[in-house]
Design a protein around this ligand. Structure first.
Ligand code: HEM
Length: 362
């Protein structure tokens, strides 16, 4: 009898323990709270908690004001961060305003001035609250994270502790490091792999094209002289109307279904032949990437949790931490004791960079 009640008691305890474990496990399956990548050395989650504990909240509020009247501005900040990270790492080098710097290069000419302005505005506020503490590289990372969330994308923590570069790259180095819209899959993979990102990261991060605009010059090579057969015919015809030439002055939304919402609809567009760039369309050219595209097109939660992970990985590319780099006072200007010349670092040049098309020719 005693043994039986002990068995029953043990069963009850087991039932209790396993159901509480279940309770612990269920939230982990939530798209937005999957295990986050381990920060690289020198970065941590909540890095400014002690040194400037209102830093993240300040970024959040300024971004809220910025996006409240026009959420489509989120796209500009997200792209700015990508262009920072792929050129000498997430070090704020893209923010430097210099005729010899990164901004004049062709892909950066379509970065939004409003995105650069809001970063400067956040930095000025943080500098008045906690002088010489929060880097421009972190301001940009946190602002991009907010832009994603406030446009309806996933909510997640992002490691901080990045420091700012003492130098910047020039136009040639920018072109060698940013993937171009006319890249094929192997060129894209080579570019992403060189930054420590894999095939899944490539497909996932391309999903950022669920928001924002592209100028005709970025995809007119798929319309003329012949129409790329991967286009949906009606969609291609409407693009031919709206893009009468390869002008850089005319732009069109990248996600025809939900242009201002950070969701998985870009992947629906992709399977329907309604994406703009070769680089987007090429994600269907191989069975591995095609399967990932289909998974994301089918389930927004799967896209959200993957995006969180790939975005955090991107945010840690070649970061400067510890006693490397510095904390800039103004994001667009190197501190007066920094070197002011364009860097000549040995940057990675993808083997296939000799693409038939060049940015200059589209
Ligand atoms: C896979 C390689 C990629 C290529 C070839 C590429 C290329 C481009 C091009 C050509 C544009 C349009 C520029 C214009 O005509 O104005 C664009 C826009 C954009 N890209 Fe990408 N991109 C890539 C990956 C990414 C990644 C990884 C992100 C962020 C995680 C991103 C975020 C954006 C956003 C948000 C826009 C819209 C910007 C705006 O509206 O101002 N892209 N991209």
């Amino acid at each position: 009898m005693k043994i039986q009640s002990c068995v029953q008691l043990c069963q009850l305890v087991l039932l209790f323990v396993s159901s509480s474990m279940l309770l612990l496990v269920i939230p982990m399956a939530n798209a937005d709270s999957d295990d986050l990548p381990t920060p690289v050395a020198g970065l941590s989650y909540g890095f400014y908690e002690k040194s400037c504990h209102k830093a993240e909240n300040t970024v959040k509020h300024i971004m809220k004001d910025f996006l409240e009247s026009n959420v489509s501005q989120a796209a500009g900040v997200i792209r700015l961060f990508f262009h920072d990270c792929f050129v000498q790492g997430c070090d704020g080098s893209v923010l430097i305003n210099d005729t010899q710097g990164e901004q004049p290069s062709i892909p950066n000419q379509t970065l939004r001035a409003s995105a650069l302005d809001v970063i400067e505005q956040i930095k000025a506020k943080l500098e008045s609250m906690c002088p010489n503490t929060v880097s421009c590289a972190d301001v940009l990372a946190l602002a991009a994270r907010e832009a994603i969330r406030q446009a309806g994308g996933p909510r997640f923590e992002i490691p901080t502790g990045r420091r700012d570069s003492l130098n910047f790259s020039n136009s040639t180095i920018v072109l060698q490091n940013l993937p171009a819209p006319f890249f094929n899959l192997s060129q894209l993979l080579s570019s992403f792999n060189s930054k420590g990102l894999n095939t899944t990261d490539l497909v996932t991060l391309s999903g950022a094209h669920t928001v924002g605009l592209a100028h005709c010059s970025s995809f007119s090579n798929r319309l003329r002289p012949t129409v790329d057969p991967r286009f949906n015919k009606k969609f291609a015809n409407s693009l031919i109307q709206s893009c009468p030439n390869s002008s850089i002055n005319v732009a069109t939304g990248m996600d025809i279904l939900t242009p201002n919402k950070f969701d998985n609809k870009y992947f629906r567009d992709l399977v329907n032949g309604m994406v703009l760039f070769d680089s987007d369309a090429s994600l269907l050219n191989d069975s591995q990437t095609q399967a990932i595209v289909q998974d994301f097109a089918d389930d927004n939660n799967v896209f959200r949790s993957n995006f969180t992970i790939s975005f955090i990985k991107m945010s840690m590319i070649q970061v400067l931490t510890g006693n490397k780099g510095n904390i800039r006072k103004v994001c667009s200007v190197l501190n007066s004791n920094s070197s002011s010349t364009a860097t000549t670092i040995d940057s990675y040049i993808p083997a296939e960079f000799d693409a038939p098309l060049s940015y200059a020719s589209i």
